[in-house]
Design a protein around this ligand. Structure first.
Ligand SMILES: *[C@@H]1O[C@H](CO)[C@@H](O)[C@H](O)[C@H]1NC(C)=O
Ligand SMILES: *[C@@H]1O[C@H](CO)[C@@H](O)[C@H](O)[C@H]1NC(C)=O
Ligand SMILES: *[C@@H]1O[C@H](CO)[C@@H](O)[C@H](O)[C@H]1NC(C)=O
Ligand SMILES: *[C@@H]1O[C@H](CO)[C@@H](O)[C@H](O)[C@H]1NC(C)=O
Length: 361
């Protein structure tokens, strides 16, 4: 009898401890970026609803993700057993216990008239979120992220693609003027990390930019001949600027690591992962890598600016899991799934640490 009581007491202590460990190490994620990781902020930000066929693969409804289904960040959340991130601007029934998403589609690092949610604005919104959370906790509210939560949270950044594409159009697809602008784009990312660090952030996860010259929209929009393309059919100039940006971003991460020695800064090479999808598409079950699933015009790119995915006249492929790109620019859920699994492998990360290791006590 006595030993059973003792066992009971022991088990209770064990479970309380165990529960406590789970609680204080459950993942917290804050994300900043553009349409690559916008999980629905675009609707409340700009009042633009993105309905079906966007969302028709997994959610079976429009969720304001620029994808047929889940984004890379959704798969990363799933791997952490974390709910999909609520957009910071979601005012009705958001769930911010596991973090928040400040990413808004079309965002650049710098502010633009049609894209007001630049990286610095997103970081300012995060400060407001943090300040309010800590205020509410001090007033006795529960289920808010506290100070230790903010310092053990992971801060993810995936931005730059829209700055590069915008500069590329302005330069009529010549690389040198774009390359000249890269330091100013990187300066914004540096400022964001510095500010997040100042406010308690210690863990950073930074995605580089993909091969912008491989997507159907860019190939369809700009007339080209074979000398403009590389051996796998991607626009060279786009990828030249993408790679130049990524080289700078990688160096920036090294610099930040040596400045903030108590911080962890992981740089993830999305470019290599995505380029491999286009180069070795058959290996992943894809067909016609430079053709959009949802769009208009058929071969070779199924992209026409006058009838983009969801607009009158668009057509859709039979089997979206065979397509890398969903609507001409944004990747399909099938591609995002592969990209996420390769991110999780750590092969493309510097330093090569696993995503979940951030929360192992
Ligand atoms: C902060 O929040 C976590 C998770 O809710 C909790 O386990 C921890 O005890 C809190 N820390 C403080 C100092 O209140
Ligand atoms: C790009 O092309 C347009 C139209 O051909 C021209 O007006 C413009 O000056 C060009 N811009 C640059 C930076 O070359
Ligand atoms: C291909 O197009 C580029 C401009 O896009 C031009 O400079 C080049 O001369 C063209 N090459 C051929 C072989 O037509
Ligand atoms: C769609 O394509 C995938 C990959 O090629 C294949 O495994 C699957 O069976 C296809 N589904 C249908 C309904 O045809």
């Amino acid at each position: 009898m006595r030993s059973i009581t003792l066992l009971y007491v022991f088990l209770c202590i064990f479970f309380v401890q165990f529960h406590h460990t789970l609680q204080s190490t459950s993942p917290i994620l804050f994300n900043f970026g553009d349409s690559n990781s916008d999980t629905g902020g675009y609707v409340p930000a700009l009042g633009i609803y993105i309905g079906l066929p966007y969302g028709n693969t997994f959610f079976l409804k429009g969720t304001s993700r620029w994808c047929d289904g889940r984004l890379i960040i959704d798969f990363l959340c799933e791997s952490l057993k974390l709910k999909f991130l609520s957009p910071f601007l979601e005012s009705l029934a958001p769930d911010f216990r596991g973090g928040a998403n400040f990413a808004i589609s079309a965002s650049k690092t710098v502010i633009e008239l049609y894209a007001p949610f630049s990286l610095d604005v997103q970081v300012k919104q995060f400060f407001r979120f943090q300040l309010r959370s800590l205020q509410l906790i001090s007033e006795g509210h529960k289920d808010m992220i506290n100070e230790s939560g903010f310092s053990r949270a992971l801060y993810m950044i995936d931005i730059g693609q829209n700055d590069l594409l915008g500069a590329l159009y302005l330069s009529n697809l010549t690389a040198p003027p774009v390359i000249k602008k890269i330091p100013s784009i990187l300066a914004e990312i540096k400022l964001a990390v510095q500010n997040l660090y100042k406010f308690g952030g210690k863990k950073f996860w930074i995605h580089n930019t993909g091969p912008l010259g491989c997507v159907p929209r860019e190939l369809a929009r700009h007339p080209h001949n074979n000398t403009d393309l590389d051996r796998i059919g991607c626009y060279k100039v786009h990828n030249v600027v993408s790679m130049a940006f990524n080289k700078g971003l990688k160096a920036l991460c090294e610099e930040l690591r040596s400045t903030f020695i108590d911080a962890t800064i992981v740089y993830v090479d999305i470019y290599t992962i995505k380029y491999d999808l286009f180069a070795n598409y058959k290996r992943y079950g894809f067909t016609k890598p430079h053709k959009a699933c949802c769009g208009f015009g058929g071969e070779p790119n199924n992209y026409n600016v006058k009838a983009t995915c969801g607009q009158p006249g668009y057509t859709m492929c039979d089997n979206v899991t065979q397509y890398i790109v969903w609507d001409g620019l944004h990747y399909s859920e099938a591609a995002n799934r592969v990209v996420a699994s390769r991110i999780l492998s750590t092969t493309f990360s510097t330093p090569p640490i696993t995503l979940d290791s951030f929360w192992i006590p």
